[in-house]
Design a protein around this ligand. Structure first.
Ligand code: MG
Length: 203
């Protein structure tokens, strides 16, 4: 399986990092080795002093597809989840400055938290889902899918122009504002419409 991540999909997050608003979705990949095993703590890697949490809505692909039209994209997933795209912001800043790829900052071991999934059929509209990340019980990121620059179906269509989507692939759909550094002893919990989908201890 592969993990396809979208960057810069929420205006206020683009502003907080002083990035340019993209004219097309920003895409990067994480390998399957990036997945943090279930119930494992997240260990801050030695190569960074500034690991940020980025809570994101996840989509799990359930059919093989390529060149998917937006109007058919809804047939390619039936579960929605929540996860964290851990980012070594200091490493990323150096890479961005040099115009280099982001993998060292984004695709390292443990950088992909994949929480539980819920059937999309249980939600009235995927375009109005509230999600939240708390750190030691305090809300740090609150997002709503209505603020996405590109909606889930548009993202599926876009990425499938480049990559064949396969069963089990996961799309990280971008983070809202509120990204912050994590520290040892943080407890990160993710909620989608009030359902707790993950709990991660930082070490
Ligand atoms: Mg992200």
């Amino acid at each position: 399986m592969k993990i396809i991540c979208i960057g810069r999909n929420y205006t206020k997050h683009i502003e907080e990092l002083q990035n340019e608003k993209p004219s097309e979705p920003v895409i990067f990949l994480k390998p399957d080795t990036a997945i943090l095993p279930k119930n494992f703590p997240f260990f801050i890697p030695e190569f960074s002093n500034d690991i940020h949490h980025e809570v994101e809505i996840l989509v799990k692909i359930n059919r093989v597809g390529k060149h998917i039209e937006p109007k058919f994209a809804h047939k390619y997933y039936d579960e929605i989840g929540l996860g964290i795209d851990f980012t070594a912001r200091d490493v990323q800043a150096t890479l961005k400055e040099k115009g280099l790829p982001w993998e060292k900052a984004k695709a390292f071991d443990g950088s992909a938290v994949i929480g539980e999934f819920l059937p999309k059929s249980q939600f009235n509209s995927l375009e109005n889902l509230t999600f939240e990340l708390t750190n030691n019980g305090k809300p740090v990121q609150i997002g709503n899918t209505s603020h996405m620059l590109w909606k889930i179906d548009e993202l599926i269509s876009y990425v499938s122009q480049y990559f064949t989507l396969k069963i089990g692939d996961i799309i990280f759909t971008g983070t809202p504002e509120g990204v912050e550094r994590v520290n040892p002893d943080d407890i990160l919990e993710g909620f989608l419409e009030g359902h707790k989908l993950f709990r991660i201890q930082v070490k």
